[in-house]
Design a protein around this ligand. Structure first.
Ligand code: C5P
Length: 365
């Protein structure tokens, strides 16, 4: 019986044992759930911001054990995961300046290509009124013809965390004279120059290398074979002119005489995008002046294709003169008085960009 009862009890004992097991299991469950609850609470309490950020899976375990030695070596939340380049400071990094982040549009294309031929209508109407022409042309047709002569692609890559592309934007200010920036300018990956910008005879102050030269038809000159000519177009006739100057040579006059033929590397010709032009006018110069100066256009071009931007030859010299560095007569510089550009406002933007660390300005003499 006893055995039986034991046996029976085996069944009954099984029930009794199950109850005990249930109690035991319940206790274990309570302990488990309590520890789980504290674990989750701790996760929420420690390093909440870090856990929100993508790409921080590795550090999560570390955050749960605050005394873990590696915790002190963790990078700050907005570095280097959000770094857009390998320079000490990157133009494209967000979170440095609210003003910059609010206005900076990293996706807008600085170059007019086969892929963005069609202009948004607001851009089109703004652009065709910059230098109105009597004879209308179909921009689409004109560009299709131009892109048979030049590549019509953008050579600029997306951000690369492992790259540090350093660019010198060289304006034409007389403050370059005697500044001895030549070697510093030449040490950049890209050296961007504007309009006439001579280098021969000015190597010590202005450098001798050029990778990009920004000009419009009326300021255009022949360039060395390895230099990218970036045409800044102000009217449809400018697109017709560059097509002609690289082929038939039938255009010799716009509102002024222009070069019939231009000696530049056709494969390196790029067209400044009017949509990018308007973006600078709207967001950065904020409609001060009728439109931004070529120097402003180039500065923002650099801010969209480079990782580090250093600025030379902008603004007045130390005596307040606004001439060009190759001019003998200090007072011949009319840049500030044209009424087309707002030189003072542009100078403020440059100062502000420097203040928030997006550019470095070399002040000159
Ligand atoms: O005179 P130019 O337009 O060829 O000069 C190129 C650019 O250099 C200007 O658009 C302007 O942004 C800058 N510049 C300047 N101060 C000067 C002369 C030119 O900031 N004294």
């Amino acid at each position: 019986m006893e055995k039986g009862s034991e046996r029976g009890g085996g069944g009954g004992g099984g029930v009794r044992c199950s109850r005990r097991a249930c109690v035991l299991l319940s206790s274990l469950a309570v302990v488990f759930l309590t520890s789980l609850f504290f674990s989750v609470s701790l996760r929420g309490a420690v390093g909440f911001n870090y856990l929100e950020a993508p790409g921080w899976e590795e550090s999560r375990r570390v955050k749960l054990v605050p005394s873990y030695a590696g915790a002190h070596q963790l990078p700050l939340p907005d570095s280097p995961q959000q770094r857009t380049c390998a320079c000490p400071r990157c133009v494209g990094d967000p979170g440095v300046s609210d003003w910059f982040d609010e206005n900076y549009e990293p996706d807008i294309a600085p170059v007019w290509t086969k892929d963005n031929i069609e202009l948004p209508s607001d851009v089109y109407y703004w652009w065709v009124m910059l230098q109105p022409q009597f004879k209308p042309h179909s921009i689409h047709q004109v560009l299709l013809r131009l892109f048979q002569v030049i590549p019509g692609h953008s050579p600029y890559a997306w951000w690369d965390q492992h790259r540090c592309l350093r660019c010198a934007v060289v304006g034409n200010s007389g403050n370059l004279r005697g500044a001895a920036y030549g070697a510093t300018i030449d040490g950049h990956n890209y050296v961007m120059r504007i309009n006439l910008a001579p280098t021969v005879g000015y190597e010590e102050d202005a450098g001798s290398r050029t990778t990009h030269h920004f000009m419009y038809p009326e300021s255009a000159k022949n360039l060395a074979a390895n230099v990218s000519f970036v045409l800044v177009p102000f009217k449809t006739l400018d697109l017709l002119w560059i097509t002609s100057a690289l082929s038939t040579g039938h255009i010799r006059f716009t509102y002024a005489p222009v070069k019939q033929f231009l000696r530049v590397d056709k494969d390196k010709v790029q067209i400044f995008n009017p949509a990018f032009f308007k973006y600078i006018h709207d967001r950065w110069t904020k409609h001060h002046g009728r439109y931004p100066s070529t120097g402003m256009l180039v500065l923002f071009f650099a801010l969209h294709v480079c990782d580090e931007v250093n600025v030379f030859g902008f603004g007045a010299d130390s005596r307040g003169n606004w001439h060009h560095y190759w001019e003998q007569n200090r007072y011949s510089g009319e840049f500030r008085k044209t009424g087309v550009h707002d030189a003072d406002y542009e100078a403020q933007i440059i100062q502000r960009l420097a203040k928030v660390g997006k550019i470095t300005v070399y002040p000159g003499k």
